[in-house]
Design a protein around this ligand. Structure first.
Ligand code: IPE
Ligand code: IPE
Ligand code: MG
Length: 242
């Protein structure tokens, strides 16, 4: 029983360090991103093996448009490549794909592919893969607030009913449990606008390896280390309370 409580239902990963991985090898940054796609496949496989119900991968932030156009183009191309190549396998393995982030502003072919992935896998319930693409937590919260404001103006919602639960229900992650564990690779110690609301009581693991080097062993070790932690949610530790 204790093991179940300590097993993460939802792991979210900030996949960072592709550029530095490539630089260390004298390669262009785009090569790091290409290798990063292989690490994505492995992470999805490992999440399934470890019985992690929800895996969220931060693939492109709302601020990543600030990068040079050719790098942005390569990241968009790799997203399409990944979905085209892996969607059928994911579907066969019972993985539901959901995408969080702002769709407006993405090229039509990318939007169509994301839509196709969500529609094809909508009835799958074994595992869920959340792809955070053109995602920024402040943007997500602002979009949720906008939808709530519209309901307030139209009278569909009352001021009193604006609660944390209502905001939850209007976020891109509606219906998905908050991440138990947030992993960031590459050694950076920041959230970079990822899941700010949902991370209120998440545990963090900052791993000093670059994303292309993140394999099943590193993933399993992070989950094992998480399971030793004592989450209190503002209360008392289970040992003290019992
Ligand atoms: C992560 O690697 C991929 C994205 C942010 C899209 P980076 O490209 O940020 O790699 P570093 O941090 O520059 O090494
Ligand atoms: C965060 O990484 C975004 C993704 C992993 C997609 P960044 O590399 O963009 O973050 P900063 O700029 O170092 O904070
Ligand atoms: Mg980075």
């Amino acid at each position: 029983m204790a093991d179940n409580v300590r097993h993460p239902r939802h792991v979210a990963i900030i996949m960072d360090g592709n550029g530095r991985w490539a630089k260390e090898r004298g390669l262009p940054r785009t090569m790091g991103h290409r290798r990063g796609v292989e690490a994505v496949r492995q992470a999805v496989r490992t999440a399934r093996e470890l019985n992690i119900e929800y895996l969220t991968l931060f693939a492109f932030s709302s601020e990543n448009w600030r990068r040079p156009a050719d790098e942005v183009g390569e990241l968009l191309r790799l997203l399409k490549f990944f979905i085209r190549r892996d969607l059928a396998d994911l579907h066969r393995e019972g993985v539901r794909v959901r995408v969080i982030g702002e769709r407006e502003g993405l090229p039509a072919d990318v939007r169509n592919l994301l839509e196709e992935a969500e529609q094809l896998t909508i009835a799958n319930d074994r595992n869920t893969l959340l792809i955070a693409f053109n995602y920024g937590a402040r943007d997500e919260i602002a979009r949720a607030m906008r939808r709530i404001a519209e309901k307030l103006v139209s009278g569909e919602t009352s001021v009193e009913s604006v609660t944390p639960e209502l905001l939850d229900a209007h976020l891109d992650t509606a219906g998905i449990p908050d991440p138990d564990l947030i992993i960031r690779t590459s050694g950076e110690l920041r959230l970079s606008n990822f899941l700010l609301w949902q991370a209120a009581y998440s545990e963090f693991s900052f791993i000093p390896c670059y994303w292309p080097d993140f394999d099943g062993k590193v993933f399993a070790e992070a989950v094992r280390e998480y399971s030793m932690r004592d989450r209190r949610f503002g209360g008392l530790s289970r040992e003290i309370a019992s």
